[in-house]
Design a protein. Structure first.
Lengths: 374, 522
């Protein structure tokens, strides 16, 4: 009797219902595809093939996955303290600024082994800074973090445009981009690493930032569930008066949690700027910060769930692009619709099926209990 | 039409062979209940005995797996609350189902608006309310907003809601758990008026005193079964308690006289002004000695809760000072709960759900709330899960917490077991000063006895205990000295051996203040 009467078993909650939600999303997507006169099964085949069918596709999928892990973790950490960090997008953007500045300053002089820790440090610091201000305003001034983080997304965007157009642009370049970093500031690609061990794979943007993302998952798991600071964060998130009773400084916890959340979002820059573009440019965050909210919701704010949800969204991004390329009538916009449906069903409507399953579970468990007792 | 010839009047409610399970839990097992019309019928039992489930079946929240339901002699299928309302059954919940920013009138009308044109419905309700007021003495201003009303009045609105919907059978679920003694007395007057008008009342409670004062007949539940039916006139509290628990229960507490030691907590003219500028605690002074239980009596809402929170460091001191060995707290030198805890002060909060625990946490995590930073539970970076679970298991065995499973979610324990876990956590540190608020609120009889004995044992081990409770009985049986609070001030002090309920009741209502001078502000 380890759970109260009528409560669903864990596997239904964390596995079956999310899978059914995705199934529903694909069902509705299928109907849309039928409506425009294409074969939905063929579309699914193309999408799966496009995401996992060959080594380059897998590389792209993992590259997208990396971004989603970082932004998903950022949302999840804040969520455990009862905070809804909508600002992952801006924090990632400013994290990119930090990383870009440190690379531009050191790539000519320092070796890679020194630059890499600096890149990690500065993307985290800048992302942290961008979350610190909303966190402080929430804790000490009562401005709601949802509002301030959204505003900070806009401020980040405007600031980056200003800096790229007026300050950091490479002289002589027509588009607002910085100069390329020297190779000593490139985060190694996975295909490059595999080539060193003698395995030849097609080049793709997947890079070592993925490993850092997985390390962050372990760190978040240990920090949230197995440290006294995580305990404080979860207490504040679950029951603020109990936190006050326990002598936990709620305000400090709010600020610290937002800082950690911002740092995790800032790591998107490692993957995008350090691993792929190798120069500072505009709009490299491309909505990953917002999708992180859906990833975290779907992954139930747990690192394992977030990795799985990130993989799904990575596959949707990559497979969707492939699908749009292969089938002319399925445009890029329709792929966005499919992604939107997945977000809708697994995020916004995540609990739609739950009451149904609770009823079924109750029915199922009744006769069995009567039988054992009679 | 199914009237049984042997009885002149069909029973108002008959439940025959009712069974209900939730997964592996047998909530009700072959329950047979017969309620005579016009009776006040008590249903007593410990938490988890199946009282609430049985009433939920009657009101249509759950459907019974087996069994038959008859209302006024007619067989009924009640699959939803609206079926129950149609059958003339109304329910007043322990936690009120009212919309706080609507008026009394609007709340009564809610769900029975009588068409899209509200004005006509409003008029109807207004007339009906004044009629009900005359018949039952249920006075409430129909235009008052719910959030302006005291708890006792809100409960009246709930009763009015049920009566307006034509209820002839009224289920009251733990109706007095939120009421002051005075409000309770008024509620019982109302029950009397309802009875005169032929309304049948089912009263769920675990307070035996109430059963003895107000009911005609009482059914006792234990472990999902209905174990006994008694005419109230032919039974006693002791018998009912024994039936509920299944063994003999001591209703009075044996304790040795206190041997007070040195002063452990000195409170000197402490005030707390809330953010609306109201003095919740007003120049309170007293000294708590080691080895004594100092009770604070008062009608709920007279500053006792705030006094506890101020002394625990959760609310700031606005003026005055209090001191424990090692610290003096004033408005200029505030403190926090963690610091006070480290100086040997423990606190069992009044509202365990709100403050004392985190429902979604495993019991082991709730068992270190407030002690989460202690070296015993933490390595250099990570917390020591095994030590935390072992600590919880030890607390559970010492305080008989059931089930003794440190990994079970805190919210899944019954109220009594949650409270025992919290008490264990706070008493295990061998505090010099223990602040306790409502130690037995919502706790079943067996656990009350246990908790009281533990508190006395801690006192005998030399702790000073400040006990706040709205249960006068509890204050009287536990305390060595009693302070009475009224509107934030201490209006009297009596020695427990000389106190009686009547005298305290008068002091709580500030009608009689014998010793105010002795309480002089230092």
């Amino acid at each position: 009797m380890s759970r109260p009467a009528g409560e669903l078993p864990v596997w239904v909650d964390v596995l079956l219902i999310p899978l059914l939600n995705i199934g529903l999303a694909f069902l509705v997507s299928g109907m849309v595809i039928v409506a425009i006169g294409e074969n939905p099964l063929e579309a699914v085949r193309l999408m799966v093939y496009g995401a996992f069918g060959y080594d380059e596709a897998i590389g792209y999928t993992l590259y997208y996955t990396t971004n989603f892990i970082f932004t998903g973790l950022a949302v999840a950490v804040a969520f455990h303290a009862g905070l809804f960090n909508i600002g992952g997008e801006g924090q990632a953007y400013i994290g990119g600024l930090g990383l870009g500045l440190v690379c531009l300053a050191t790539d000519q002089t320092l070796p890679f082994t020194v630059i890499l820790p600096l890149m990690i440090l500065f993307s985290a610091l800048f992302g942290m800074l961008w979350a610190l201000v909303p966190g402080y305003l929430q804790a000490y001034r009562g401005s709601h973090v949802v509002i301030t983080t959204i505003m900070f997304n806009f401020i980040a965007s405007a600031l980056m445009v200003y800096l790229m157009v007026n300050v950091l642009i490479e002289p002589g370049n027509m588009s607002p981009e910085s100069r390329s970093f020297a190779e000593s500031a490139w985060i190694p690609s996975l295909h490059g690493l595999l080539a060193m061990t003698g395995i030849a794979v097609t080049p793709s943007p997947a890079n070592v930032a993925l490993l850092w993302a997985l390390i962050c998952c372990i760190f978040v798991w240990l920090f949230i569930w197995h440290s006294r600071w995580g305990y404080a964060i979860r207490t504040v998130g679950a029951n603020e008066s109990a936190a006050r009773y326990a002598g936990i400084n709620n305000r400090r916890v709010v600020v610290l949690t937002m800082c950690l959340s911002g740092a995790l979002a800032g790591f998107v820059a490692l993957n995008e700027i350090g691993g792929v573009h190798h120069r500072l440019l505009l709009n490299f965050t491309a909505g990953y910060g917002f999708t992180g909210i859906a990833v975290s919701l779907m992954g139930r704010n747990h690192p394992v769930g977030i990795v799985l949800a990130s993989l799904l969204f990575g596959a949707l991004y990559q497979g969707g692009a492939e699908l749009a390329f292969e089938v002319p009538t399925i445009t890029r916009d329709l792929v966005v619709v499919i992604q939107g449906l997945v977000i809708l069903f697994s995020g916004a409507l995540a609990y739609m099926l739950r009451p149904l399953f609770e009823r079924i579970w109750l029915r199922l468990s009744l006769p069995e209990a009567v039988a054992t007792d009679a | 039409m199914n009237r049984e010839s042997s009885q002149a009047v069909a029973p108002a409610v008959e439940m025959l062979g009712v069974c209900k399970r939730f997964g592996p839990v047998r909530a009700n097992l072959d329950v047979n209940l017969t309620v005579t019309p016009g009776h006040v019928h008590g249903i007593v039992g410990e938490n988890g005995a199946g009282k609430s489930t049985l009433m939920s079946i009657l009101f249509g929240y759950y459907e019974a797996d087996q069994g038959e339901l008859r209302v006024d002699g007619q067989r009924r299928t009640i699959a939803s609350p609206s079926d129950a309302i149609k059958a003339g059954i109304g329910m007043v919940h322990q936690h009120f189902m009212l919309v706080e920013n609507l008026t009394v009138l609007e709340n009564v009308m809610l769900g029975a608006e009588g068409g899209w044109h509200l004005q006509r419905g409003r008029q109807q309700v207004r007339e009906a309310l004044s009629r009900l007021e005359q018949d039952y003495g249920l006075e409430v201003d129909p235009d008052a907003r719910i959030d302006e009303l005291a708890v006792g009045l809100r409960q009246r609105v709930e009763i009015l809601k049920a009566l307006y919907r034509g209820a002839r059978i009224l289920i009251l679920d733990e109706p007095t758990s939120v009421l002051t003694p005075q409000e309770t007395a008024k509620l019982f007057d109302i029950l009397g008026a309802l009875k005169q008008q032929g309304v049948t009342t089912l009263l769920i409670t675990h307070k035996l005193r109430e059963i003895m004062t107000v009911t005609d007949r009482v059914s006792v539940m234990r472990g999902g079964r209905l174990v006994a039916d008694r005419d109230t006139a032919n039974t006693s509290r002791a018998e009912l308690a024994e039936l509920m628990v299944g063994r003999k229960v001591l209703l009075t507490l044996d304790k040795a006289p206190a041997t007070p030691g040195e002063e452990a907590l000195i409170v000197n003219a402490v005030s707390h002004v809330d953010r609306h500028g109201v003095s919740r605690v007003d120049r309170v002074s007293f000294a708590l000695r080691q080895g004594e239980i100092l009770g604070v009596a008062g009608v709920s809402g007279n500053g006792q809760s705030e006094l506890l929170e101020v002394l625990a460091g959760m609310l700031p001191v606005s003026s005055g000072r209090f001191s424990l060995p090692g610290i003096e707290v004033t408005a200029a030198r505030p403190t926090d709960p963690a610091r006070l805890r480290s100086l040997g002060l423990a606190h069992v909060p009044e509202d365990r759900q709100r403050c004392g625990m985190v429902g979604s946490f495993a019991a082991a995590e709730t068992a270190i709330l407030g002690h989460q930073a202690q070296p015993a539970f933490n390595g250099r970076l990570l917390s020591r899960g095994r030590a935390i679970r072992a600590h919880c298991a030890q607390l559970m065995s010492g305080f008989d917490v059931r089930p003794p499973n440190p990994l079970l979610r805190s919210a899944a324990f019954s109220g009594g077991n949650q409270q025992k876990l919290i008490l264990a956590r706070e008493m295990e540190t061998r505090p010099r000063v223990l602040l306790v608020g409502q130690p037995t609120r919502g706790v079943d009889i067996g656990a009350i006895e246990f908790i009281h004995r533990k508190l006395v044992a801690l006192r005998d081990a030399g702790a000073g205990i400040l006990l706040v409770s709205v249960e006068l009985e509890e204050i009287l049986s536990l305390s060595d000295r009693i302070l009475v609070m009224f509107e934030g001030r201490i209006v009297g002090e009596v020695t427990a051996s000389e106190a009686d309920e009547q005298q305290l009741g008068l002091m709580m209502a500030n009608a009689h203040t014998p010793n105010t001078d002795a309480m002089g502000l230092a």
